[in-house]
Design a protein around this ligand. Structure first.
Ligand SMILES: *Cc1c(COP(=O)(O)O)cnc(C)c1O
Length: 398
């Protein structure tokens, strides 16, 4: 049951069925890709009523589209949200959602370990608009509480983080944000709605790069934001429709199709990631392994409390830094060496070329990202093969 007493089916069932039935036509069992840019009306009054939002319907593809709405509705149900809107990319979701709520003179508190692009918004773009940004040490909850209590408009979180998979206590942060009336945003890309639903803790806005786990097949870009505050989502939607960062119907279809296997994929990825993390931990060439499912991970207890499992992302550093990465990474047979994550294929890359390419070596050092850090996004291959593959590749490190 949800908070309104409505029966809610489990996540795997939602992944398959949620959001689709309103968009089926001609007895089709699958949602069509509606490529039409505009939607026509013979009745002038009907047209007007739809245009001003008094009647359901579509006007123009930059505003709404049926395929895009089916995708939105599926994410909304999976996150247990009241309202949703979508974007052309994850970064569009983040930038549009920040721009909607912020005005010059406002203050944002966040963490140092946000996604590289998000970090650039904080360090480069917001200060230009006279918006003050304070970035705290990720995982230092006392520092974050202190900064939030000084007053801020938005507390922006991402948990787990990219690429060192640090965890922030969402419940604790919502509590302190409430004291000062700040909005709380959470980038839930790494956890997916299968493992974590931040709205349950009173978070105001949950954002996903749908490009990653939601789509899961590395073939479509997209972003999405959900909230229990309908009015807030309407404001964000309005900013996006005018700003023009709308999701393409074909991308929406690919994301919708990918999401049908979301629970299956994430389950497999979590199971394999833990095995791989344990394997790497005991490898003589490996210096450190970052995975919240490991009991010696500094935030393991918080992860255990707010997540249903620990996710498909891990990272590790090898002895010998970048030279060692150069010698072993190309030897991996079952991994795309690419700047992506959350796909059915295992995907690897050094943080310096993927998540944090926008940063200088000095900035990366300050963020606690060793130059020899490898991000490993576990795919849905058989884990025995992935471990064997890592084993043969790591043997090339001298
Ligand atoms: C990839 C990513 C983004 C940005 O998403 P795009 O779809 O590439 O714009 C934002 N946050 C996290 C955590 C990501 O991994």
């Amino acid at each position: 049951m949800d908070n309104k007493g409505k029966k809610v089916v489990k996540k795997g069932t939602q992944s398959v069925w949620a959001g689709e039935k309103d968009y089926l036509v001609h007895g089709a069992t699958q949602v069509p890709v509606v490529h039409s840019v505009s939607f026509g009306y013979n009745d002038i009054d009907d047209w007007f009523e739809v245009a001003i939002g008094n009647k359901p319907g579509h006007i123009y593809g930059r505003n709404t589209n049926p395929t895009v709405q089916a995708f939105e509705d599926k994410v909304k149900e999976l996150e247990g949200a009241e309202a949703v809107t979508s974007f052309s990319t994850g970064m569009a979701a983040i930038s549009n959602s920040l721009a909607t709520a912020l005005t010059p003179g406002d203050r944002v508190v966040s963490i140092k370990d946000t996604y590289g692009g998000t970090n650039k918004i904080f360090s480069e773009f917001l200060p230009k608009l006279n918006i003050d940004v304070t970035l705290c040490e990720t995982g230092n909850h006392e520092e974050m509480e202190k900064e939030v209590r000084k007053g801020c408009k938005i507390l922006y979180l991402e948990t787990p983080t990219n690429p060192t998979v640090k965890i922030t206590d969402i419940e604790r942060m919502v509590k302190v944000a409430r004291e000062v009336g700040a909005l709380v945003y959470v980038d839930n890309t790494f956890a997916t709605p299968i493992l974590q639903n931040p709205l349950e803790y009173g978070v105001d806005l949950v954002i996903h790069s749908a490009t990653k786990f939601l789509g899961g097949h590395a073939d479509a870009l997209g972003g999405v934001a959900v909230s229990n505050n309908k009015e807030f989502i309407e404001q964000i939607y309005h900013y996006r429709e005018i700003n023009g960062a709308s999701l393409d119907p074909m991308a929406a279809y690919l994301l919708l199709r990918g999401m049908k296997t979301l629970q299956l994929r994430v389950k497999q990825q979590c199971e394999s990631a833990l095995k791989i993390a344990n394997y790497l931990k005991n490898h003589e060439k490996v210096e450190a392994v970052f995975y919240p499912g490991l009991e010696d991970h500094p935030n393991h207890d918080i992860a255990k409390k707010q997540m249903r499992d620990y996710g498909g992302m891990l990272s590790f550093s090898v002895k010998g830094e970048l030279d060692s990465v150069r010698s072993f990474l190309p030897k991996l047979k079952y991994a795309n060496k690419a700047a992506n994550l959350g796909a059915v294929e295992t995907t690897v890359g050094p943080a310096r070329t993927t998540s944090h390419i926008e940063n200088t070596p000095e900035e990366r050092a300050a963020l606690g990202i060793p130059e020899g850090l490898v991000r490993y996004s576990v795919g849905i291959e058989n884990v025995e093969d992935l471990i064997e593959d890592l084993d043969q590749a790591l043997s090339y490190i001298k």
